[in-house]
Ligand binder design. Structure first.
Ligand code: FAD
Length: 106
């Protein structure tokens, strides 16, 4: 449905932008907080079947939150897992920072 798609687009924008502003090298505390956020997010995301899928994903693929690049790529992989499920194109995760931080520069 349209609201699931609209919510999804907005939420991916939010999540990738959070990754783009995550510390280059996160402290133990920041890592702990990001893991706790993802855990909570996966319980309150208001598309329940999406939330269920995300909970399953983070259980099987522990969030990598030591550095900005590591977190950005982990999130990109998570997004790609949803893309795959929905038959959407795979996104090249080498480009995550270009898309969500630096811009395409054209
Ligand atoms: P989106 O997938 O919303 O992507 C927005 C933009 O992000 C794209 O235009 C592209 O520029 C960029 N992008 C694409 N892939 C990546 C990537 N891998 N890394 C970085 N940037 C990328 N919908 C369902 O129907 N079923 C589900 O189970 C489901 N689970 C979801 C789980 C989560 C946690 C979230 C946030 C959303 C989920 N959605 C789900 C919604 C779905 O992922 C899409 O957001 C929605 O279908 C709209 O798709 P879109 O084509 O506009 O692009």
């Amino acid at each position: 449905p349209a609201d699931v798609e609209e919510l999804g687009r907005s939420t991916w924008t939010f999540l990738h932008t959070v990754a783009a502003t995550y510390p280059e090298s996160a402290t133990e505390q920041q890592q702990k907080e990001m893991k706790a956020f993802l855990e909570t997010f996966s319980k309150i995301y208001p598309c329940w079947f999406c939330a269920k899928g995300f909970r399953k994903y983070i259980k099987a693929n522990e969030p990598k939150v030591m550095t900005q690049d590591e977190f950005g790529r982990w999130l990109c992989d998570a997004h790609n897992a949803v893309n795959k499920k929905l038959g959407k194109p795979h996104f090249d995760c080498n480009l995550w920072k270009k898309r969500w931080k630096d811009g395409w520069g054209d």
